[in-house]
Write a protein that binds this ligand. Structure first.
Ligand code: DGY
Length: 331
């Protein structure tokens, strides 16, 4: 009998077809948002789930007695209750690496747009305000030759640092642990404590995964250390920054600008951001290039099939989050 699979949100039709070759697939191509109770109902008879921008919590898992694999189409997995999955011997997987360069690109886009006041000046121009040149008109902060401070030196952080070479930047970073001397040499990056980073960086870039340990690691105290000319870019997760403190710092021009792709409680966000001209806002599009989203979707399928014991990598999913459940599966 073919396994049963749920795809939680709309996805490339070719991905649905690929899964249909191996499984009975319930695909949500109408892109309906399932609440936890509805998710639980849909998962009740499934062996695997391809999670596309959805939350799978303890309620959603409540009736999922057959579920063996939860394959997340994202590198971050704060949308999954990993502890509950591990307890129930359900394998969870994610999609690292394939999105590193695209996400690093967006970090740079936001940092440069914030520093050079791109969206603010474009809105002003479109509104018909441009009558004459002015020596301070939308004068911002330099990128070239500045100090870049990266909080989180994982794979995406490293891809961001690599780009800094072309801009003659000094790179400082803070991370749970120092990266190897070889990587530091290659990136020309110097490990510093968080306080030093916040004080010295002209541009702070946040790339740490979200967890209880990283909740609000940038708050009023950290923002107070920053230079008034500095920018803050967050492409990681909203909960890393205390948004109330950030809004106050931007409103009072205690820092120059921010670039934000992620928000606490997204897609809802604090409407006060809309009143600030010194923040560039994007709707969580870090990995949003078509080739990268395709690569993420196909990697998620590889993980799902392999976790269910199907396809060329059967039994060996490339990206297990809780590998301890491999071999202790429910099936
Ligand atoms: C990820 O993969 O975690 C991204 O933030 C989702 O686009």
């Amino acid at each position: 009998m073919k396994p049963k699979i749920l795809i939680t949100r709309a996805i490339f039709p070719e991905v649905v077809e690929r899964l249909q070759a191996h499984a009975e697939v319930e695909a949500n191509q109408d892109d309906i948002l399932f609440d936890p109770a509805e998710m639980a109902r849909r998962l009740a008879d499934k062996d695997g789930v391809l999670v596309v921008a959805s939350r799978i919590d303890a309620v959603a898992l409540g009736q999922a007695t057959r579920l063996r694999v939860v394959s997340n189409m994202a590198v971050g997995y704060n949308n999954l209750d990993i502890e509950a999955m591990t307890r129930a011997h359900i394998l969870a997987t994610n999609t690292p690496d394939v999105l590193n360069e695209t996400t690093a690109d967006l970090g740079w886009v936001l940092m440069m747009a914030a520093a050079r006041r791109i969206t603010e000046s474009e809105h002003w121009l479109r509104a018909g305000h441009w009558k004459q040149w002015g020596y301070e008109l939308f004068a911002g902060t330099d990128i070239y030759g500045a100090t870049l401070g990266i909080v989180g030196m994982g794979r995406i952080g490293q891809a961001i640092a690599r780009r800094a070479r072309g801009f003659g930047m000094r790179v400082i970073y803070h991370n749970r642990s120092q990266v190897s001397p070889e990587i530091e040499r290659e990136l020309n990056a110097e490990f510093v404590d968080k306080t030093t980073l916040m004080k010295q960086a002209d541009h702070v870039m946040l790339v740490v995964p979200y967890s209880a340990a990283t909740h609000h690691i940038i708050g009023a105290a950290e923002l107070a250390l920053m230079k008034p000319s500095a920018t803050l870019t967050n492409i990681a997760r909203g909960g890393i920054v205390d948004e109330t403190a950030l809004i106050a710092a931007l409103r009072e021009h205690r820092i120059a600008a921010a670039g934000l792709d992620v928000f606490e409680g997204e897609p809802k966000f604090n409407p006060a951001f809309l009143e600030l001209s010194n923040v560039v806002l994007t709707p969580h599009i870090g990995s949003a290039s078509l080739p990268t989203r395709r690569a993420m979707a196909h990697l998620a399928v590889d993980n799902l099939l392999a976790g269910l014991g199907l396809g060329p990598q059967a039994g060996n999913p490339p990206n297990p989050i809780n590998p301890e459940v491999l071999g202790a599966s429910r099936g």
